[in-house]
Each structure stands twice: as structure tokens, then as C-alpha cells.
Design a protein around this ligand. Structure first.
Ligand SMILES: Cc1cc2nc3c(=O)[nH]c(=O)nc-3n(C[C@H](O)[C@H](O)[C@H](O)COP(=O)(O)OP(=O)(O)OC[C@H]3O[C@@H](n4cnc5c(N)ncnc54)[C@H](O)[C@@H]3O)c2cc1C
Length: 395
């Protein structure tokens, strides 16, 4: 390979890319992280940081910083189409993605990774079929960067995956969501639990089917100032029908129907415009490795269909990829086969049978989200039944 400049280039400094770069740099690997955006930047998200993600932040010694930019949520209020409610125990951080993603790039740099922002990957460089560099556009100037390995972490419908021919033309399990920040949201204090506790609300409503909406306190002071992430996600696995309402139109009809949501948001001010985002889910056929290349996070569609925590899946895949890259560098073997086998050994991803089961169960959930009476019955069953709620969330 001629003119190698770096051991590893990671394309995309979202949570997957930054965490992978941080673990690699921590292990002493020379790593360059690039992102087309200039940070801090926003990203469509519900801002729920679950334990699976928080554990990586702790391992990377940034837990105290996460605490400072987050509100700790310990319950979810589920509201059904008919207005029935259940308050169930659920723990997560509410952290603005703008701040979380900036924190993670700083963490990667603190371990020794170099970060170039405003640096877009425009192509992959190959020699004898193996990926060995990235074409970039930075400050209006095109250039090439050579490396031993590339990690593609550039999010859903990844440019890297397309460029490497790894994006399958199969019907993807996909959702589209919107989110925005509001301030002055009325988080009913009569159901807040204790001085430092907070709850987020999740709404099921026929105007959202098949999907759901949320109101989640986010960022330090989220509860105090009613500072919330408000959003919704709709399942579009079957494609978007012509003339179907947009997510923004669905939001308006949901607020018109849900008195609980309308009360929470009455007098609240929307302080950022709606942002749209797409989420892909794991399928049995998603390839993750090629010669000299590993895909991680949303770029590899690692999220399980029934889980709302894409961030945990992204972080787990980043850790597994960092361990795999480290072994590839040690063994000087960058073949897709070696990467595939080593990644499988490090990855906590479920086997194909488990994925098939998840996809089947997702279809069932989708059907029940289409049935307002069914979600209402489920919410009523969950009310006061902590054991059932725990089981549901663990599954
Ligand atoms: C509506 C919605 C709500 C969600 N809510 C939650 C939630 O509450 N909790 C949760 O855990 N998950 C949630 N998710 C999922 C979560 O947002 C993703 O799983 C997570 O962002 C994946 O991280 P990532 O690093 O793989 O990709 P991303 O966060 O998308 O980061 C990709 C990065 O790559 C960069 N990039 C893209 N192309 C290029 C290029 N050509 N060159 C250089 N850089 C490039 C982008 O600028 C970006 O910074 C939600 C998703 C959606 C759509």
C-alpha cells in the first residue's frame, strides 16, 4: 500500500464514530476521525440515553461530564389513545444530542484521536479491491487520505455503505421521525417523584399510528425550566403512501386530539425548528465488513427493531469494531473474512434466528400500534404492574 498516512480513518463523528475513535486511541492506535459537519451540531433524536450507552461513557472516563449536561429520568408516563395513563419505572439520561455528540468528540480527542470537522468523505480509495483510504472535501479543497483501515460510521443510509456496495436494495425496516426543543412544558409536578426525579411521557394515539410521540425533559435544568425534547416516530416499513400525512401534520392532529399532550404543551414555546431523521433497523442480510472496511452504528443498521435505544447499539458496535481493528492491525490482516470473523467474536449482536424473531415481533407491535383499543388495554394492564413493565422493557 503506498503512502499510508494513518492507521485508521473513522468516517462520521456521531456517537458510533467518536466512541470507536476513543477506544482505538485509548489502545494506542493512530486514528483520524472526520465529520462533514462543524460541531456542536444537532441531530434528530429523542435524547434518551439508556444504560447501555452510559456504560461506554463511564469506561471512557467521561461520566461526570455526562451528568453535568443531562437530566436523570426515572419514570415514563404512558398515555393511550383513550387518555388512560400508566406511570412505569424507566431509567435514562435526557441529554441534548448537540451536547452529547460534542462531549463524545472531545472524549475521543482527550484519548489522542485527531478530529477534523467540516471534512466530508466523498469517496473510498481502493487498491486490489481493499479499501485503503478516503477521498475528502475540506474547505472546498479535494484531497486523498491513505490508511490501513476505514471505519464507516456515517449514520443511516450511509454514504460509505453505498460507496462500498454494501447497502442492500431489500425493503429496509425503517422509521421516520421528527423532533424539536420546547421550553415552558408543564411537567405535572403532582406525578414527579422526589426532588431530583423526572419523568418523560410517551403517547400512543390513532393520529400517530403506527408510531408514537414523546415529551422528554432534556439537558441540565430540563425539569426546572420545562425544557423538553418533543417528537414522534412513524413506521414506514411499507413505504410512504402518496398523499399520506407528513410527520409534522400528524403532530398537529395528535395535539388536536390529546388533551394530556395539549395541556403539557399549552403556553410552551417551540425554540428550535422541527428536524427530520430516519432510522433503519437490523436485518439478517446487512453486511458489516469488506476488505479494509467495517461499518458501525446506524451505517450498519445495528438497531434492534423493538428498542428505542439506537445509541446503545451504536456504542456496542463501535466497541466491537475497535477491538476488531486492533486485532487486524496486530495480525496485519485486513481481509473482509478476518474482519467478519473477528467482529462476530467481539460482537454482542444476536444471531440470525434472534433477529428473525425480533422482526416478527416488530410486525406484531406495528399491528398493535394500529389498534387504538389494543394499546389502551396494554396501558391499563401496565398501570400499577411494575413487574410487567420491567419485563416488557427488558424484552
Ligand atoms: C426520530 C429519532 C429518534 C431517536 N431517538 C433515540 C433515542 O431517544 N435514544 C436512542 O438511543 N436512539 C434514538 N434514535 C436513534 C439514534 O439517533 C441513532 O441510532 C444514533 O444517532 C446512531 O449513531 P451513529 O453515530 O451511528 O450515527 P449518527 O448519529 O447519524 O452520526 C453520523 C455522523 O456521520 C456524519 N456524516 C455523514 N455523512 C458523512 C460524510 N460523507 N463524511 C463525513 N461525515 C459524514 C454526520 O454528520 C454525523 O455526524 C433516534 C432516531 C430517530 C430518527
Amino acid at each position: 500500500m503506498k503512502g499510508i498516512e494513518r492507521d485508521v480513518i473513522v468516517i462520521g463523528a456521531g456517537p458510533a464514530g467518536s466512541i470507536c475513535a476513543a477506544y482505538l486511541a485509548k489502545a494506542g492506535v493512530d486514528v483520524l476521525l472526520i465529520d462533514k459537519e462543524v460541531f456542536p451540531r444537532d441531530k434528530t433524536c429523542g435524547d434518551m440515553i439508556t444504560a447501555g450507552m452510559a456504560k461506554h461513557i463511564t469506561t471512557l472516563e467521561a461520566a461526570d461530564k455526562l451528568d453535568r449536561i443531562s437530566v436523570f429520568v426515572n419514570h415514563l408516563l404512558l398515555v393511550s389513545d383513550c387518555g388512560n395513563e400508566a406511570l412505569i419505572p424507566f431509567e435514562c439520561y435526557g441529554t441534548k444530542r448537540r451536547e452529547l455528540d460534542a462531549l463524545l468528540t472531545e472524549t475521543a480527542m482527550s484519548w489522542g484521536a485527531e478530529f477534523r470537522q467540516g471534512c466530508r468523505a466523498t469517496g473510498l480509495i481502493r487498491e486490489r479491491g481493499r479499501v485503503c483510504g478516503v477521498k475528502i472535501l475540506e474547505g472546498g479543497v479535494e484531497s486523498e487520505l491513505r490508511c490501513r483501515m476505514v471505519v464507516g460510521a456515517d449514520g443511516a443510509f450511509s454514504f460509505t455503505a453505498k460507496e462500498a456496495g454494501m447497502m442492500k436494495e431489500e425493503p429496509w425496516a425503517m422509521s421516520i421521525g421528527i423532533s424539536a426543543y420546547f421550553e415552558g412544558v408543564h411537567l405535572d409536578r403532582s406525578i414527579a417523584i422526589g426532588q431530583y426525579s423526572a419523568y418523560g411521557a410517551v403517547f400512543f394515539d390513532r393520529a400517530l399510528a403506527p408510531g408514537y410521540a414523546w415529551v422528554l425533559p432534556s439537558g441540565d435544568g430540563g425539569v426546572l425550566h420545562g425544557h423538553c425534547n418533543v417528537g414522534l416516530v412513524i413506521d414506514y416499513t411499507d413505504g410512504i403512501r402518496e398523499g399520506a400525512p407528513t410527520p409534522e401534520e400528524r403532530f398537529a392532529s395528535w395535539i388536536g386530539r390529546s388533551s394530556r399532550a395539549a395541556t403539557m404543551l399549552s403556553g410552551a414555546k417551540q425554540i428550535t425548528p422541527w428536524r427530520r431523521g430516519k432510522q433503519t433497523y437490523i436485518t439478517q442480510n446487512t453486511p458489516r465488513t469488506a476488505d479494509g472496511l467495517i461499518l458501525i452504528g446506524d451505517a450498519a443498521s445495528v438497531m434492534l427493531p423493538l428498542k428505542g435505544d439506537g445509541l446503545s447499539a451504536a456504542a456496542d458496535s463501535a466497541r466491537a469494531a475497535a477491538d476488531t481493528v486492533w486485532e487486524a492491525l496486530k495480525q496485519e490482516d485486513f481481509s473482509g473474512l478476518f474482519l467478519h470473523r473477528t467482529l462476530a467474536g467481539h460482537s454482542s449482536q444476536p444471531d440470525p434466528a434472534a433477529v428473525k424473531d425480533q422482526l416478527k415481533r416488530r410486525r406484531l407491535i406495528r399491528e398493535s400500534l394500529m389498534d387504538p383499543a389494543g394499546t389502551d388495554r396494554a396501558v391499563q394492564r401496565l398501570r400499577g404492574n411494575e413487574a410487567l413493565a420491567k419485563k416488557l422493557l427488558e424484552d
